[in-house]
Write a protein of this length. Structure first.
Length: 95
């Protein structure tokens, strides 16, 4: 029961006061995280490599902001978030 309350609270917080918006955000992050882990099971080989991966995704976001559609910008922003969260989660391999 506690997990349900925590998830609902997280959705409200992420949704800036709206549970539905937060739930959509959580679902989008979860789907993209699953895709990223399938495509790149080894996220990075160390923390500096992880920073490089995040930086590369950020560069793609900058290009999207400068030249592409709002949907593409959102897509690239999600990639930046997921790569940063993988570092936060400790998914980089320390060699």
């Amino acid at each position: 029961m506690g997990d349900v309350v925590e998830m609902m609270e997280a959705a409200v917080l992420l949704g800036n006061g709206g549970q539905r918006g937060g739930a959509v955000m959580i679902a989008a992050l979860a789907r993209r995280m699953e895709e990223a882990r399938k495509k790149h099971p080894v996220f990075a080989e160390g923390k500096y490599h992880a920073l490089g991966v995040i930086g590369a995704e950020y560069e793609e976001l900058v290009r999207a902001v400068e030249r592409e559609t709002p949907e593409r910008v959102r897509d690239e922003a999600l990639d930046v978030a997921v790569t940063a969260l993988r570092l936060w989660a400790g998914e980089e391999i320390c060699l």
